[in-house]
Design a protein around this ligand. Sequence first.
Ligand code: SF4
Ligand code: SF4
Length: 225
Amino acid sequence: MADITVTMNGAQVTGRAGMTILELARENGIDIPTLCYLAELSPTGSCRLCVVEVSGSRTLVGSCHTPITPGMVIQTHSPKVLATRKVIIELLLASHAGFCWVCDRANECEFRRIAADMDIGLSRFQSRRRYYQVEDISPYVTRDLSKCILCRRCIKVCNEIVKHKVYGMGYRGFNSKVIVDCDQPINKEVCRDCGACIPLCPTDALSKPGAARVDRQGKPLIIKG
Ligand code: SF4
Ligand code: SF4
């Protein structure tokens, strides 16, 4: 593949045709936060946290789905980028109905970790939260969608890797929700116990009923008493 040279944060870096800005940044040790992107899934750009500044572009661009082009000048951590990421996290926190001090994932939640990395504790925005009943009728997965940040990772992994297509996105705007069928509780008729979605969830919205929590490598994180 042809080499492509761009300027990233003032330094010349070279990638290959077809690479995204995010991939090139990671290859060069530059950390761009994201709550939806995973290398093994196709990018959705849904969280918008990975935005960067590209010279000549009127708006910030999502680095997870924007390919590099020759001569591109990219700023991954400019003041404008950092301010935008901060607003995105604060808006997510303002609509997140979880309470960390009583949350099972409080010491390893990816969402909270990224917020902490950005020095964000509380949101400046007024809370506007969605509350849903916890769905715990499935023996395979418990869903607490009040904690869902709509990253779509569960939809993607179920569609693209497992190919069961259990989840979909329903409703619009603030009422958007990850649904099963026509917004039915998840049950063992549709979910086949692969557990693939659970460790990918960046919050505690998905968990395995009554089992130890696991990280992406399947290692236990918290053993319930
Ligand atoms: S999912 Fe994360 S941010 Fe939400 S309550 Fe639990 S620890 Fe806190
Ligand atoms: S349930 Fe978890 S993985 Fe699925 S969209 Fe919500 S936050 Fe993302």
